[in-house]
Ligand binder design. Sequence first.
Ligand SMILES: NC(=O)c1ccc[n+]([C@@H]2O[C@H](COP(=O)([O-])OP(=O)(O)OC[C@H]3O[C@@H](n4cnc5c(N)ncnc54)[C@H](OP(=O)(O)O)[C@@H]3O)[C@@H](O)[C@H]2O)c1
Length: 347
Amino acid sequence: MKAGIVGASGYVGGELLRLLANHGDVEVTVATSNKHKDEKVARIHPDLYGLTDLKFTGRSIFDLLDDLDVVFLAVPHGTSINYVPQLMESGVRIVDMSADFRLRDPDKYPVWYGFEHPYPDLIKKFVYGMPELHREELKNARYIAVPGCIASSSIYSIAPFASLDLDNNVITVDAKVGSSGSGAELDESKVFSERYNSVRAYKPAGHRHTPEIEQEIKYATGRDVKIALSAHSVNMVRGILTTSSIFAKTDEIHGWGLLREFYSGEKFVRLIMDKKSNFKYPDPKIVVGSNFVDLGFAIDRYINRIVSFGAIDNMIKGASGNAIQSMNIMYGFNESEGLTAPSLFPV
Ligand SMILES: NC(=O)c1ccc[n+]([C@@H]2O[C@H](COP(=O)([O-])OP(=O)(O)OC[C@H]3O[C@@H](n4cnc5c(N)ncnc54)[C@H](OP(=O)(O)O)[C@@H]3O)[C@@H](O)[C@H]2O)c1
């Protein structure tokens, strides 16, 4: 199968190129970039030296569709909507990395993204690209909306507990995010001397992934919860740790039982439960480079709180990994194809 990537010079585009270089059923034949047209892909993504001779093209993806089966849109939110209608008309399948088709309710877009959704009827044609929750729908999908990175870690770690008898329907999420989470686009806040060694609350309230998390917890459990999300950028390049407080009474045995039952048979979900390890709880340090999501929790008996942790590589399980896993399901390929590399340790 032949794939094209729009926005291939960005971080997520680079990860798609890297992972698909090792995919037995898919070849990337088109990588678009406006800034880097006609340059070798490996100049911008140097990890790909020796793995690809591909050059970025500045041509419109619409002129290149004859030879493509699937197009990945690795572009900023608000940009995919300019591509999707015409891509759909062409018959090509779409995997969208942006937020443009993630929210089922189009009325959420003006509130959280600041624009009226111009194609509300097209939203329902997309399946949310989280295999562990949407596998059956993905089998019949043609269009996939890949979840956001903080949203992914939060949903994975909250969903198994959200069906408990909650004391409070507000669930707090503290997210710690590596610098690659904000993409390769330059801005002053990313200058090394400003960014290095800082723990910066970059979005303490009103984070755009909030409605996505609420939507998927409702999908998984039928529950209307409110998510109170605060996001911090920390001194890592890759990785996210979310620490969520779910106010409900349970014990360790029941908690592990809930996680095991919810993720039974899932190849990319690991439960971290070795109290003698240096890594007693999920830590991005031990997932980076892999498609794993690591989950674990602690019980706070003082106020009946489950402190639930999720750790992912933001660019893999939080983006390109779930994109490829979902695409594999859509096409009936082996679900793990291209995704079996273990994480790096130590990093
Ligand atoms: N970074 C993460 O961890 C992460 C995780 C999950 C989801 N996402 C989502 O994935 C998407 C890509 O993120 P990223 O981190 O890779 O961002 P990025 O590094 O800034 O890359 C964005 C790419 O989009 C291209 N682009 C920008 N404006 C465009 C336009 N108007 N038309 C066509 N191409 C355009 C740019 O390439 P040229 O200027 O060279 O054309 C660039 O290569 C975003 O929607 C992001 O929210 C990111």
